[in-house]
Structure formats: structure tokens, C-alpha cells
Ligand binder design. Structure first.
Ligand code: XMP
Length: 327
């Protein structure tokens, strides 16, 4: 239903049973809205779009066309997980687009953070629109809009991008099956739909992805150092019980080198900066107290496993004065 509003008296979804009731009623609504027509969805692998995909697969099966655009700035293993969960396990009609070269070529030499964001955002719309035009008979566009998005756009805090800012020739009607839910409810619905816990409970990840964690002009080598060090940090946080406790954690590889020594030979390599913060609303943030032993272990692993890196630093700065991301 378009423009649906969360009923004032709607109970917060906290149990699997409530989630199941929501899913059943939403499936009926979606079938009613789209009939036997096709629906397109940009499936990033984030919580909201993944839950929308799982719900729509249940409702309309192969009439949902999911497009997963890999902009080359995703974390290690993310595109593979999207393909495994949705194409292999849920039998989704999934189009996978590896647009890495297209994005990285456009970003080459671009140092300004907002220009980088703009390029990534507009290129994403172009790639998605190209795929949409290749599909026949699409009449609907599904979006992972959630209730806080609607509230924030109404109070003027944040613009809510209707129809994802697609060009005018792609004039689709919107399908927004989690529109009246809060984030915690979306996660419970996702679990009830059978999505892996790691997917529905994952930490926030910015749209421009690792691009804003590779400050300055992005190069493939430095981006790879961000990706590999991030994978090690996530693995160690998982193993050490910090993954569910810390709100957001990631690595950054700044664009400068320093002198080091390995096996008696001089090196001139990048540092990796670790960031691990806690917050309620991302407006302010405090820094996690990571145990010294874990810090030493992370340093040892990152400096020995990530090519081009010879130092590890920990960012102790809360927000303010720093922001959470580096760009
Ligand atoms: P900052 O760096 O502003 O980040 O303290 C606050 C939260 O917002 C996320 N973030 C973004 N998310 N697109 C997004 O989708 C962006 O351009 C972007 N910039 C920051 C950041 O990861 C943190 O959770």
C-alpha cells in the first residue's frame, strides 16, 4: 500500500509470532498490489533491502527481480554472501552486476570526500537504471524504506529518496513492505524469514562503502588493504565476543606511508587505523575499550597478513571532535 502510515496503536514487534503475523499480512498486501506484475529491487545486502527481498520472494517468487550492484567498495565476502543466500538458498531471480571497474575508473584521482560520495551515488543510479532498462515488463520498484526514514523526512532531518532518484523514464510504482517498521522490528522479521543472523544483525555500513575509509584518491592497492584489514578486524571481533557489543567498527588506511622494518629490511608502507565506537543515534559516539592483548593480536595479524601495511594505530577520538567515518 502506498503512503501507508504506522497505526498509532501498533504493537512493537518483539516475538517471532508477531513477526510471522506481520509477514503473512504483508504478503497478502503485496500480492494485492502487484498481482502478476514484476517488481525490481536494488539488493545491497544491507538489513533493509535483504529483508524486503526475502519477504517479496515469499510473496511473488520469480516476479521479483533483484539487482545486486557490486561497486567495488563492498566488504570482503559481501557479494558472495548475497549470491549464496539469495540465489542459491532462496532461489531468487538475481542479477549480479560487477561494476567495480566502472566505479574505480570514475573515482581515480578524486580526492574530495563529497565529490567521491556524489560520484558513487550517481554512478550507482546509472548502473541500476541500465539494468532496469534491460528488464521487460517491470512496473514496480521495491524499496527498503523504514518508519524512521519517513519520520526523518517529515521533520526535515534527512531527505528520503523516493524511487531511489531514478530517471523519469523509469516511472515505477513503489512497493515498501517494511515501511511501517522500526529497525529492531525489521531485524526480527528478517530472522523469521530465515535470513542468517549475521545479515540481519550486522553493523551499519555506509552507502559509499569502503570508499570513505580509503581517504583521498582511492587506489586499488590501498582499497585492498582496507578490505583485508577490515576482514581481520571483523573476524577477531566475532571470535572475541565484541561483534554484538560494539556498535560500529572498521579500519581506515590513510594516504601516507612511514618507515618500518621487517626481516631486517627497511619498509615504507601504510598504517592501518582501527576505529571501534558506540553510540545510540550516531550523533555522538564514544570509543570502545578494546583489551590490550586483542589490540596486540590485531596488530600482529594485520602487519603480517595485509600487504603494504607496517603499522597499526587505534583511534581514541570520540564524536565530537571526530566524526565516526574519516570522510
Ligand atoms: P559520521 O562519520 O557522520 O557517521 O559520524 C555517522 C554514521 O553515518 C554513517 N555514514 C554514512 N552512511 N552514507 C551512508 O549511508 C554516507 O555517506 C555516510 N557517511 C557516514 C557512518 O557509517 C556512521 O554510522
Amino acid at each position: 500500500m502506498q503512503n501507508e502510515r504506522r497505526p498509532e496503536n501498533m504493537e512493537r514487534i518483539v516475538t517471532e509470532q508477531q513477526a510471522q503475523a506481520f509477514i503473512d499480512s504483508e504478503i497478502a498486501k503485496v500480492r494485492d498490489q502487484v498481482g502478476d506484475k514484476k517488481v525490481l529491487l536494488a539488493l545491497s545486502g544491507g538489513v533493509d533491502s535483504s529483508v524486503v527481498a526475502a519477504l517479496l520472494i515469499k510473496a511473488i517468487g520469480q516476479n521479483l527481480v533483484c539487482v545486486h550492484v557490486n561497486h567495488g567498495l563492498l566488504r570482503k565476502g559481501e557479494p558472495e554472501q548475497v549470491i549464496k543466500v539469495f540465489r542459491d538458498e532462496m532461489n531468487a531471480n538475481l542479477v549480479y552486476v560487477d561494476a567495480t571497474d566502472r566505479f574505480l575508473d570514475k573515482l581515480a584521482g578524486v580526492t574530495d570526500p563529497e565529490e567521491k560520495r556524489h560520484i558513487i551515488g550517481s554512478e550507482f543510479i546509472e548502473v541500476f537504471a541500465d539494468e532496469a532498462r534491460k528488464q521487460d515488463g517491470i512496473e514496480f520498484l521495491a524499496q527498503g524504506t523504514i518508519w524512521p526514514d519517513i519520520l526523518e523526512s517529515e521533520t526535515g532531518i534527512k531527505a528520503h529518496h523516493n524511487a531511489g532518484g531514478l530517471p523519469e523514464d523509469l516511472n515505477f510504482e513503489l512497493v515498501e513492505p517494511v515501511r511501517i517498521l522500526f529497525k529492531d522490528e525489521v531485524r526480527i522479521v528478517g530472522e523469521a524469514l530465515g535470513l542468517p543472523s549475521g545479515m540481519v544483525n550486522r553493523q551499519p555500513f555506509p552507502g559509499p562503502g569502503l570508499g570513505v575509509r580509503c581517504p583521498g584518491a582511492i587506489t586499488r592497492e590501498r582499497l585492498e588493504a582496507v578490505r583485508e584489514s577490515d576482514a581481520i578486524l571483523r573476524e577477531e571481533f566475532d571470535k572475541n565476543g565484541l561483534a554484538g557489543k560494539v556498535w560500529q567498527y572498521f579500519t581506515v588506511v590513510p594516504d601516507f606511508k612511514s618507515t618500518g622494518v621487517t626481516d631486517g629490511k627497511r619498509t615504507f608502507d601504510w598504517p592501518v587505523i582501527i576505529r571501534a565506537v558506540n553510540t545510540k543515534d550516531a550523533m555522538t559516539a564514544t570509543v570502545e575499550n578494546i583489551p590490550y592483548e586483542l589490540m596486540m593480536h590485531l596488530t600482529q595479524r594485520i602487519t603480517s597478513e595485509v600487504p603494504g601495511v607496517n603499522r597499526v594505530l587505534y583511534d581514541f577520538t570520540p564524536k565530537p571532535s571526530a566524526t565516526i567515518e574519516y570522510e
